[in-house]
Design a protein around this ligand. Structure first.
Ligand SMILES: *Cc1c(COP(=O)(O)O)cnc(C)c1O
Length: 379
């Protein structure tokens, strides 16, 4: 392709999509084999040995994800949390991690319950406040963790500024890019060292496969440690799951473009509704992170959250009156979802009781606006 730099949409269709050399099949084969024939002294003529180490379907997905994030290499996992757990476990004992206080809730539980056993420490601060992050860093800080937009408050982090700060203090920057997807934001190009995805969400895109990924800027020591850790502990993606995620990412760009446009329409239509105490969507000019989001994202994504007047009862009332939105956890599928996060996260949740999180699907925007309006109006 002549050394020309391809656009994201083109890479999404073609990366890791070479026709099968054995048959010419255009859609990639799923190699379910757990083992690969080797020579008498375990020579691997095709580069594959055993499914827990590597397999051809997973290798295609990793090639595609690395290309989409402009990284040197990617590793896929059985879930987003498997990727998260592996990365944190690979840190040298004694390491300190700076977490954002608004992030995927399971990370908070890992920091609280597992870090002491792993010999790690952490501090949680407002992830969009550079001064607070700097103040939280210690000489042992090895990692700054960022999530942007964040879950569920949709806070925006200036990734270029944060990468500079982390590196100046000898730490690495990991970005959980699940909400934005590489279609909208490419953290490695802004200075981050690693990007994490729950591919269960937008990249899979159809609410039918679980997966996780780490994409590395460099094939460095951490990358190699994670290759070894995955092989040893076995939290690998299955070939079939790798295939489904690969199938999903071919259409990522068009799905996310439409979901972002619909989310803008929905947030604009609902902003100022008398039953709402707040609406959090980085695409609204009134959102605190809007200027940075404009700069570092191609569009503002399909996730938003609402705070409903009347506290927990007010929020549960809206969640019970929607007809088109489904009450379900997760995000990034073709169907629009709504969720009372405090109930879903359970005890220990830091999420406000009046908050509903929305994942915008691929329905017509007017139908979604009408549904939420009737659920709010009848309060
Ligand atoms: C879902 C999610 C995760 C965890 O991923 P799983 O695939 O559910 O294990 C991590 N981060 C964010 C932002 C998520 O939405």
């Amino acid at each position: 392709m002549g050394g020309q730099i391809m656009h994201f949409e083109t890479i999404a269709v073609h990366a890791g999509a070479e026709p099968d050399p054995a048959t010419g099949a255009v859609a990639p084969p799923i190699h379910l084999s757990t083992t690969f024939e080797h020579g008498p002294a375990s020579e691997d003529p095709f580069g594959y040995h055993y499914v827990r180490d590597d397999n051809p379907t997973q290798a295609r997905l990793e090639m595609a994800l690395a290309a989409l994030e402009q990284g040197e290499a990617a590793l896929v996992w059985a879930s987003g949390m498997a990727a998260t757990g592996a990365y944190l476990q690979a840190l040298p004992p004694g390491s300190h991690v700076v977490f954002p206080d608004d992030m995927y809730y399971a990370n908070r539980i890992i920091a609280r319950d597992l870090f002491p056993r792993w010999g790690l420490t952490s501090t949680a601060v407002d992830g969009s406040d550079m001064a607070a992050i700097e103040a939280a860093m210690t000489p042992r800080t090895r990692l700054v963790w960022a999530e942007t937009p964040s879950n569920p408050l949709m806070k925006i982090v200036d990734l270029a500024a944060l990468a500079e700060l982390a590196h100046a203090r000898g730490a690495e920057l990991l970005v959980d890019g699940t909400f934005a997807t590489p279609a909208l934001q490419q953290p490695l190009t802004l200075g981050a060292d690693v990007v994490l995805h729950s591919t269960t969400k937008y990249i899979g895109g159809h609410s039918d496969v679980q997966g996780g990924a780490l994409v590395f800027k460099r094939k460095d020591e951490m990358f190699q440690r994670l290759v070894d850790l995955r092989s040893l502990l076995g939290a690998v993606a299955s070939p079939f799951n790798s295939w489904l995620v690969l199938r999903g990412l071919r259409t990522l760009a068009v799905r996310v473009e439409r979901q972002s446009a619909t989310a803008v329409a929905l947030a604009s239509a609902l902003e100022g509704h008398p039953r709402l105490a707040a609406i959090h969507y980085p695409g609204l000019p009134s959102h605190r992170g809007h200027p940075v989001a404009r700069r570092q994202m191609r569009a503002f994504g399909g996730m938003l959250s609402l705070q409903v007047k009347g506290g927990r009862e007010g929020a549960l009332g809206v969640a019970s009156r929607v007809r088109l939105f489904l009450n379900a956890t997760s995000l990034g599928g073709v169907e629009s979802l709504i969720e009372h996060r405090a109930s879903s996260e359970g005890p220990g949740s830091a999420t406000s009781e009046d908050l509903l999180r929305i994942s915008v699907g691929l329905e017509h925007p007017q139908d979604l606006i009408d549904d939420l309006r009737q659920a709010l109006d009848r309060a």
